[in-house]
Design a protein around this ligand. Structure first.
Ligand SMILES: *Cc1c(COP(=O)(O)O)cnc(C)c1O
Length: 355
């Protein structure tokens, strides 16, 4: 039998979470963001999201794979294209591409395409990653409207701070300053969908909510909207030790027993995607009891407190995160966010798909 660690991907939860997002923004179109291997859930496990209006991702190869699976609705390339020749495939497979740089506009001018493409014109919101400046915007739009390789233009911006209304005012200013026609817009990510109803333009781009975690990093912020975690990481106890006062655990002896104490060894380590920085006290579930991590996380093992779990033995099941132990709680304890934990799920962990 194989090592007992397993990640359960619940496709029903994905579908349910999409319906929750839909109920929050019933009039808007939804891009379901499935970049980074669907936030670690597996690019092939997203078909229960097919009520979505479109899929958004980074990889041209994955976009084409979706088309080959028969997906006919829109697909958005969130970082646009990386090589001029990508444009032929974008046109051929009817993909929507972000345009964030002048070289991409030149490529659109100078390439002969069979079918025109839909573009998302990216505005630099002040995060200073990708996008054009406000002052160049009217000139760019004027030019783009003449390019016969462009079918339609949507204005796009990404907001980096959940509580920053400056970005929104900035966008409103740009929108007002734009001459001529009215463009479709896409601003909101998960955080904006929940907490910034003033930026609910035509298309929202939702990732983390679909997977059942909080864009703020605090589970309590989404506890009342009834999302279901789409990923459960579980394993089993493979060893038990009895410590005496002063005994230590693991690398660096970072935990020292203050009393006689039973501990369990779990087949899960940082090489499975469990965060190495999770400290003593990080919550876990064993046999239905909440307990805590003790000692340093190893590559293949962690150790947990069994003081209040007298019935726990070798073979008992452990939830690292899932329905009871929220991934947001584990991430917070380890000084990171659920996004990183999901994306870090290691390829060596087998997936169990619930459909
Ligand atoms: C990843 C991403 C999103 C989704 O963000 P969530 O916080 O997961 O909702 C939205 N827009 C862009 C441009 C992204 O890259």
């Amino acid at each position: 039998m194989s090592r007992p660690i397993i990640a359960t991907i619940n496709q029903k939860a994905l579908k349910h979470n999409l319906s929750i997002v839909r109920s929050i923004v019933p009039k808007l179109k939804i891009w379901s963001v499935i970049k980074a291997n669907a936030y670690g859930h597996g690019i092939n496990n997203i078909w229960s999201l097919s009520d979505t209006d479109g899929f958004a991702l980074l990889s041209l190869e994955e976009a084409i794979m979706l088309r080959q699976h028969g997906w006919k609705k829109p697909i958005l390339l969130l970082e646009g294209f990386f090589h001029v020749k990508d444009l032929y495939l974008i046109s051929r497979y009817n993909l929507t591409t972000v345009i964030h740089s002048h070289w991409q506009i030149k490529a659109l001018e100078n390439t002969v395409l069979l079918n025109p493409v839909s573009i998302y014109l990216k505005i630099n919101s002040g995060m200073n990653r990708l996008g054009f400046e406000q002052k160049s915007f009217n000139k760019i739009l004027y030019k783009l409207n003449f390019l016969k390789n462009i079918r339609d233009i949507t204005l796009m911006m990404h907001i980096g701070n959940n509580d920053n209304s400056d970005n929104i005012n900035y966008f409103d200013r740009i929108k007002k300053s734009i001459k001529g026609k009215d463009y479709l817009c896409s601003i909101s990510n998960s955080a904006c969908v929940l907490w910034n109803s003033d930026v609910h333009y035509d298309w929202v781009r939702v990732g983390i909510l679909l997977y059942g975690a909080s864009p703020s990093g605090n589970w309590s912020d989404i506890a009342n909207i009834n999302l279901q975690p789409a990923m459960t990481l579980s394993s089993k106890i493979i060893g038990i030790q009895k410590l005496r006062l002063g005994d230590t655990i693991g690398y660096g002896s970072s935990y020292i027993a203050k009393k006689r104490q039973r501990i369990g060894i779990v087949a899960c380590g940082y090489a499975d995607g469990y965060p190495r920085h999770a400290p003593n006290g990080t919550p876990l579930l064993v046999d239905g009891n909440i307990t805590q991590l003790l000692g340093t996380v190893s590559m293949d093992m962690i150790t947990i407190d069994l003081t209040n779990c007298p019935q726990t033995c070798i073979g008992s099941s452990v939830e690292l995160w899932g329905n009871t132990i929220k991934i947001d709680q584990v991430a917070k304890a380890a000084g990171t966010v659920s996004y990183e934990l999901m994306c870090s799920l290691a390829p060596r962990v087998p997936l169990n798909i619930i459909c």
